[in-house]
Design a protein around this ligand. Structure first.
Ligand SMILES: *[C@@H]1O[C@H](CO)[C@@H](O)[C@H](O)[C@H]1NC(C)=O
Ligand SMILES: *[C@@H]1O[C@H](CO)[C@@H](O)[C@H](O)[C@H]1NC(C)=O
Ligand SMILES: *[C@@H]1O[C@H](CO)[C@@H](O)[C@H](O)[C@H]1NC(C)=O
Ligand SMILES: *[C@@H]1O[C@H](CO)[C@@H](O)[C@H](O)[C@H]1NC(C)=O
Length: 482
């Protein structure tokens, strides 16, 4: 793929994106919030310089770790020839053999890597080099796209390097936080409203938040603590795979702002946003995950560990985990000051970030019960949210709005992290089956992936970058856990 054809395809995508996004934008996330149509506009092709100019042809020579059966890519060229049988023999354990036997997957590790490369190539048609962000989707989504790229890097460094993923990290690091453009204000409000480049000053931004249009996103901060958490995790992942200490320092700096969002309402926990009206699951899971991740990486590890342990102790007793071991969207603050589970949707991402948070906390303090807790939640989520083994969001049949298409990938990414720890046959099968379904049923002829992982790709309109990154998380998970 040449840079010229990339630019042309951005031009071709423009009107379709505008139509599909505005058509499907009713926001369903938070009960009590009025539905509102997101205000999108599309960048002109001229503003859409493309970072990734050349398509990476899959060229790694995969070999396999005898201990784990996971692919270990080398720089040499050549196609991996391992079959399922060969892999089981190489893995040399009955666990691996039975996992292979119980999976309906027929793809090879090399297939998952090459699918991922194709889908990242397609994703990059939306990457705007000047913005450091992906057209067609929002500010917080970009952090998740970046994290997905980091996970691919961790699972398959040679292919990631062929895609020049470290250059995407450094470009986004520089460009996304520049404060010179109101077009950066592509963020959620209550309900989330987006604006993208070309929208003009502060279009789509509620008046109370228009200061962001002036301030921009210096330090990767907006007024939503969950968005801050997504960016902190993205920079932690980028640090993991590149060793760039600036990224880790940025994550610590973002976390220091998150700390200011914690108070004693509901006995603790972080607010969703700076307007201090909602204590919800996602912001609090992210607060745990970032603190625990920093405890494993940053120099003041003890401080981060103690914050993470305190946060988990609070979360566990907050009421947000229901009797089915699923996590609802958040808490109702009662008139007497007590807080109770608000019974709102058990979104897939609410069952996801907690898994990674508990894993990181386990790695920091060695408490194996945390892994058991994570496994219980993951099993409950797979039971409750999948249909015929494929993960679905409850709103898929009625329209999921602008945010939700990102969610399932977040679950898969964190299930991947759990699976690397617990090596469960059923988690592995679930991950591979979802990746297979996405590729076989939910992909259009240009490698764009839709939001209904049972397909078809255009079930909710033409795919947009949030859908692409979300589905990619599942493909990357398959690469990582094979
Ligand atoms: C792949 O790598 C293995 C181990 O280094 C080597 O034995 C094999 O010949 C290589 N295959 C190809 C096709 O390059
Ligand atoms: C270990 O984690 C479990 C599960 O959250 C918790 O109940 C227990 O108190 C923890 N143990 C210690 C020693 O912190
Ligand atoms: C998603 O896919 C499933 C299985 O094909 C189908 O039953 C369901 O109606 C689809 N949802 C939408 C919104 O297309
Ligand atoms: C595939 O999806 C892309 C992105 O939404 C869209 O622009 C393109 O038209 C689709 N291609 C087909 C053949 O549907």
């Amino acid at each position: 793929m040449s840079s010229v054809s990339n630019i042309l395809s951005v031009a071709a995508l423009g009107p379709a994106l505008f139509a599909s996004v505005t058509a499907g934008a009713a926001h369903r996330r938070c009960a009590g919030s009025p539905s509102q149509t997101a205000g999108f506009a599309v960048a002109t092709p001229e503003t859409s310089a493309i970072l990734i100019a050349s398509s990476a042809v899959k060229s790694s020579n995969a070999s396999y770790s005898a201990a784990t059966g996971r692919p270990q890519h080398t720089a040499a060229t050549g196609k991996a020839s391992a079959t399922l049988t060969g892999l089981a023999a190489a893995a040399g354990t009955s666990t691996a053999a039975s996992a292979l036997a119980s999976s309906t997957a027929t793809a090879s590790p090399d297939d998952y890597s090459s699918w991922t490369v194709s889908a990242i190539d397609a994703l990059q048609n939306w990457y705007d080099e000047d913005e450091g962000l992906w057209l067609s989707t929002g500010w917080w989504n970009a952090a998740n796209c970046l994290t997905m790229l980091g996970d691919f890097y961790a699972a398959d460094a040679s292919d990631a390097e062929s895609l020049d993923i470290s250059a995407i990290f450094s470009n986004t690091y520089t460009q996304a936080q520049t404060s010179d453009s109101s077009s950066k204000v592509r963020r959620k409000t209550l309900p989330r409203v987006h604006a993208v480049p070309g929208a003009g000053p502060a279009r789509g931004v509620s008046s109370g938040l228009s200061h962001l249009a002036e301030r921009g996103f210096a330090g990767f901060l907006d007024d939503y603590y969950d968005d801050d958490g997504w960016w902190a995790l993205a920079w932690i992942r980028a640090y993991d795979v590149t060793g760039t200490t600036e990224y880790l320092a940025m994550a610590e700096s973002i976390f220091s702002t998150m700390e200011t969002g914690v108070d004693d309402t509901c006995g603790g926990g972080i607010w969703w946003s700076t307007d201090d009206t909602y204590k919800n699951a996602i912001a609090n899971e992210l607060y745990l995950a970032v603190a625990a991740s920093l405890a494993n990486r940053a120099s003041s590890a003890e401080t981060y560990l103690s914050i993470a342990e305190g946060q988990w102790a609070w979360f566990q007793n907050s009421g947000m985990i229901n009797s089915d071991n699923l996590i609802n969207d958040g808490l109702t603050i009662n008139s007497d000051g007590t807080c109770t589970n608000n019974g709102e949707t058990t979104w897939s991402y609410n069952q996801g970030v907690i898994l990674g948070g508990l894993l990181e906390l386990y790695k920091a303090n060695g408490n194996a019960s945390l892994v058991t807790e994570a496994t219980t939640i993951a099993e409950a989520a797979i039971d409750a949210l999948s249909v015929d083994g494929i993960l679905h969001e409850s709103c898929e049949d009625s329209g999921c709005g602008g945010d939700v298409p990102q969610f399932k990938g977040i679950f898969m990414r964190n299930l991947q992290a759990l699976q690397l720890q617990v090596e469960s046959d059923s988690f592995r099968t679930f991950i591979l089956d979802n990746a297979d379904s996405i590729w076989n049923n939910d992909r259009n002829s240009s490698s764009y992936l839709g939001t209904n992982w049972s397909g078809p790709a255009d079930s909710a309109g033409s795919p947009i970058a949030s859908m692409q990154c979300s589905a990619l998380d599942a493909l990357v998970a398959a690469v990582a856990v094979y």
